[in-house]
Design a protein. Sequence first.
Length: 82
Amino acid sequence: MYIKIKQIIVLAAAFAVTAVLGSAARADVYVYKDKSGVLTFTNVPNHAGYRRVLRESRGQVSDGPLTIAYYDDLIQTASVRY
C-alpha cells in the first residue's frame, strides 16, 4: 500500500514538473504496466501493451504562468482514489 502511494506521489510530481517546464511541448503519452506493477510512460510505444493516457492537444496552449495551487485538486483527487 505504501509503495502505491509513493508511486502516485512520484507520478504527480513528474507530471507537475513536466507541465511547468515543458508547457509548450505537445505529445501523446502512453503507459504500460508490467507484471510486477511497474508503470512505464513514453511518447513512443514499442509494443501493443501500451495504452494512451494523454492525447496531444491540437488547440490553443496557454503560455501563462502555472501555480502550484493549479494542481491541488488533481493531487487531492488522486490521493483519495488511490
